[in-house]
Write a protein that binds this ligand. Sequence first.
Ligand code: IPE
Ligand code: IPE
Ligand code: MG
Length: 236
Amino acid sequence: MSRIPAHVAFIMDGNGRWAQAHGLPRHDGHRRGASVIKKILRIAEKNGIKYATFFAFSSENFLRPESEVKFLMDLFEKFLQKYRKTLCEKEIRFRAIGNLSQLPISLQLAIEKLTQSTAHFDRFHLTIALNYGARSEVIEAMRNLLKNKDANAENLTWEDFEQYLYTKDLPDPDLIIRTSGEQRLSNFLLLQSAYAELYFTKTHWPDFNEEEFLLAIEDYGTRERRMGKINDKPND
Ligand code: IPE
Ligand code: IPE
Ligand code: MG
């Protein structure tokens, strides 16, 4: 394969529609969706990707029925507990991004524990976006920036500002994959994706698999990332 993205971010959409199509409750779609993360991580590692970020719950998803929100929160917690051993064995560093303080306490503790116990790893980086919303991220960043007495508006640069974002330790995503046919970002990493390549597939997240993932990586390899510049080969 030609060019491999260093950081791939996934908007895992379509769990509910997958369940509906199979005559199952939405919960079953979420359960199967969570298991896909593990498979995708293995393929990412195998293909030389170093960072994988998964959008699991947006700040707006709190507007869903309480029973679904509760089910998802429990599912996230169980996922982190079950996956802990594997992450440590495989030396994968775990992070969570989003407004974590609004999550159930037991989930916050599970996140903290996993973050701490994998903080020394650098081989592969798994990030889960939970109660994440790009607009809230910017507001929180601005609040913290304004509290910093040393910050100087005149000299403020992007490099300074990004230190206040949840993603301050992560490189920008190179490729964003969204499943289930919607072609939008839904408030995900809006600033960090300034130059990300976007890939959309109609497949629902619970059916996303190795073949689909490799197609997305292959497609990324054909993209010309100019970042505002012009090609190396001038035509005059
Ligand atoms: C993505 O699947 C998972 C979350 C947003 C938590 P959805 O639950 O959005 O599934 P659809 O879009 O209703 O099919
Ligand atoms: C985006 O999916 C959030 C996650 C995948 C976690 P949604 O299903 O919430 O997005 P919209 O409502 O279709 O934009
Ligand atoms: Mg959806």
